[in-house]
Design a protein around this ligand. Structure first.
Ligand code: SF4
Length: 308
């Protein structure tokens, strides 16, 4: 058996920053530190931070007045900021700067009186946060090409935004359909899909040329990890999204000669290494090769409250 590792894989700059924010806050303010929502969508990361003294909540009312709360990398609605203020909570914002820039764009489009369309997955934390930048109903959420048909024809000054972790191909089809319907529509050419999503998807596409089984390490609620698994399936490669080595069993590899491995932007590297160890213990692995498509040097600074 051969193993090919996709690179880039795993943590992106937004996830590294968000985890660092929780760790630094614990260091600076002591325990417990409260975090609204999973800081990133990975249960190992969340469990590790719990062990260090972070308490994860969904509702700000669970937090004692005056305490510090960290908002997750996915971003939050304006209502959440207001509630934190009413409850006298000290906010440290771990929203990824790339998600923040989508929020700013939504506000700019609203100020220009645009008809705003957001392409993304209903119910995802990032989408809730972006929709919540403007009053309810001001942004129109769509998920598919079919949804474009349902939008009004006579929308003047239309503009679109996207979730940062979508499939590039699917988004491209939706944007093309929007451009046909609204020839003057504003919006970035490939939407707001971030560099990390794009790089991980391209790296998976590349290893799918040689792999006949694809393992994506990531949690079930991780949007970008799900897109990587779907991409593998679209290439005709049997693909699994797995949380950890515990999800593997030998029968999955019947008839498999080359295993492709990648991980979502919120999945820690040790999970990938454990999978390699498991494969080596259970099969005759003749080679492990890392296929690096591009180099990532992105780094985001910490919020001012946590700078040394
Ligand atoms: S996946 Fe992209 S948008 Fe999301 S946290 Fe990472 S860098 Fe930021």
């Amino acid at each position: 058996m051969k193993c090919i590792l996709a690179k880039p894989r795993g943590f992106c700059a937004g996830v590294e920053r968000a985890i660092h924010i929780v760790e630094k806050s614990i260091e600076k303010f002591g325990v417990p530190v409260f975090v609204r929502h999973e800081i990133v969508h990975n249960r190992f990361v969340v469990d590790q931070l719990k062990e260090k003294g972070a308490i994860f909540v969904e509702d700000l009312h669970e937090i004692p007045s005056g305490a510090t709360v960290i908002f997750s990398a996915h971003g939050v609605s304006n209502k959440i900021y207001e509630t934190a203020k009413e409850l006298n909570l000290q906010v440290i914002d771990a929203t990824c700067p790339l998600v923040k820039s989508v929020h700013r764009k939504a506000q700019e489009y609203a100020a220009a009186d645009c008809f705003i369309i957001l392409i993304g997955h209903s119910g995802h934390a990032e989408i809730e946060g972006t929709l919540g930048q403007l009053p309810k109903g001001r942004i129109n959420l769509i998920t598919s090409v079919e949804d474009v048909e349902k939008l009004p024809l006579n929308a003047k000054r239309a503009a679109y935004l996207t979730q940062t972790t979508l499939s590039a191909e699917e988004t491209c089809d939706i944007i093309c359909t929007l451009r046909k319907k609204y020839p003057d529509i504003q919006g970035a050419k490939s939407g707001n899909i971030c560099y990390a999503t794009t790089n991980r998807q391209n790296a998976v596409l590349s290893i799918c040329k040689s792999a006949n089984l694809l393992l994506i390490v990531g949690s079930q609620n991780s949007s970008n990890s799900n897109r990587l698994r779907e991409l593998g399936e679209e290439q005709g490669v049997k693909s699994f999204l797995i949380d950890s080595v515990a999800d593997l069993h030998k029968e999955m590899f019947d008839g498999v000669s080359t295993v492709g491995i990648s991980s979502g932007a919120s999945a820690p590297e040790h999970l990938v290494l454990e999978i390699l160890d498991w494969l080596q213990s259970n099969f005759a692995v003749e080679s492990i090769f890392e296929e690096q498509l591009t180099e990532e040097n992105m780094k985001f600074p910490l919020p001012s409250e946590l700078k040394d």
